[in-house]
Design a protein around this ligand. Structure first.
Ligand SMILES: [Zn+2]
Length: 122
């Protein structure tokens, strides 16, 4: 069984989450610029193939954007849990989530086992 996080650990993860949040926000801003660009000059009517690849790139950006926004929400909720004092506890079994997992996914809300269970249920 893993140990509960102490105040220093919490501070570390809060820093990680804040940093991750900042990185993702930066990504989203540049992706939004891509996805919603109305740069018509780059689309050549003479060459329809260009239009095809452009809209593919836009779709790809939008997909990334949606995933990033979901992650941002997760991060915000994790930061809320740091404040509430429930950060690092699995929402499935209420056991502390191992640090190795939090290091990889600081906004994880489940331990690996419970995560697997929720994914199987979907
Ligand atoms: Zn669990």
């Amino acid at each position: 069984m893993s140990k509960k996080l102490n105040a220093r650990d919490l501070e570390t993860y809060r820093g990680l989450l804040t940093q991750l949040r900042r990185e993702l926000s930066g990504d989203i801003t540049s992706l939004e610029a891509d996805a919603f660009s109305t740069d018509g000059d780059r689309l050549s009517v003479d060459n329809p193939a260009d239009i095809g690849s452009e809209s593919f790139a836009q779709e790809f950006s939008l997909e990334l954007l949606q995933r990033d926004e979901a992650t941002l929400t997760e991060i915000d909720e994790a930061l809320g849990r740091v404040v509430a004092g429930t950060y690092g506890l699995c929402e499935g079994c209420a056991e502390p989530i191992p640090k190795v997992r939090l290091n990889a996914v600081p906004h994880a809300r489940f331990c690996v086992e419970c995560q697997r269970k929720t994914e199987r249920r979907r």
